[in-house]
Design a protein around this ligand. Structure first.
Ligand code: GLU
Length: 187
């Protein structure tokens, strides 16, 4: 079991993401990471094998600032716990955090590899990220892309997604796993 979190609003996203991940620590995890979009629309990914403290140390050394981001604590199912396999995973267009298992990841990887996608990690999540990317390249619309990808993904998942050309927005989709969306005073 792991956890995903996301924040978009007026406050510092890193602080919000870390506090969300701390609240999910009880579920157990082996790695942690965040992707944060800065004011110029660039996305910065910081992730590491190990505890949240290790992520915080990385963030202290290489601070990232923004008001929109996604975060993850990972419980590895596909690929060993490692910096590379830690989430978020992404492409030139989007970044994804994932709780759950994509059962048809081998089939999707083979299909996507044949169409030119290169995979950096061993995770099923990267297959999901590239499936969404491929649908996004066709539709140009985040919701349409997630609906199309959901038809291809088999298994259980809660996904948080940010698209580089949709600043300050977080998209989410779930199948089988819980996902809560809430609005507060500042985000
Ligand atoms: N199946 C994914 C992985 O191995 C996500 C596992 C999780 O829920 O943390 O990276």
């Amino acid at each position: 079991m792991c956890g995903i979190t996301g924040y978009t609003g007026k406050s510092d996203a890193v602080a919000r993401l870390l506090s969300g991940l701390r609240a999910l620590e009880y579920r157990g995890y082996d790695s942690a990471g965040v992707a944060v979009m800065d004011a110029q629309g660039a996305v910065h990914v910081v992730k590491t094998k190990g505890r949240l403290r290790a992520l915080e140390e990385r963030l202290e050394k290489c601070p990232v600032h923004g008001r929109c981001g996604i975060g993850h604590t990972r419980w590895a199912t596909h690929g060993a716990p490692s910096d590379v396999n830690a989430h978020p995973h992404g492409t030139d267009r989007l970044y994804v955090v994932h709780n759950g298992i994509i059962e048809n990841d081998r089939e999707l990887r083979a299909e996507l590899s044949a169409r030119g996608y290169n995979f950096l990690s061993e995770t099923d999540t990267e297959a999901a990220a590239c499936t969404i990317d491929s649908a996004y390249a066709e539709t140009g619309d985040p919701v349409a892309a997630l609906c199309a990808a959901a038809k291809r993904l088999r298994g259980s998942y809660a996904l948080g997604v940010i698209f580089l050309d949709h600043p300050n927005e977080i998209y989410a989709v779930r199948e089988g796993n819980p996902l809560i969306v809430a609005e507060g005073g500042d985000g």
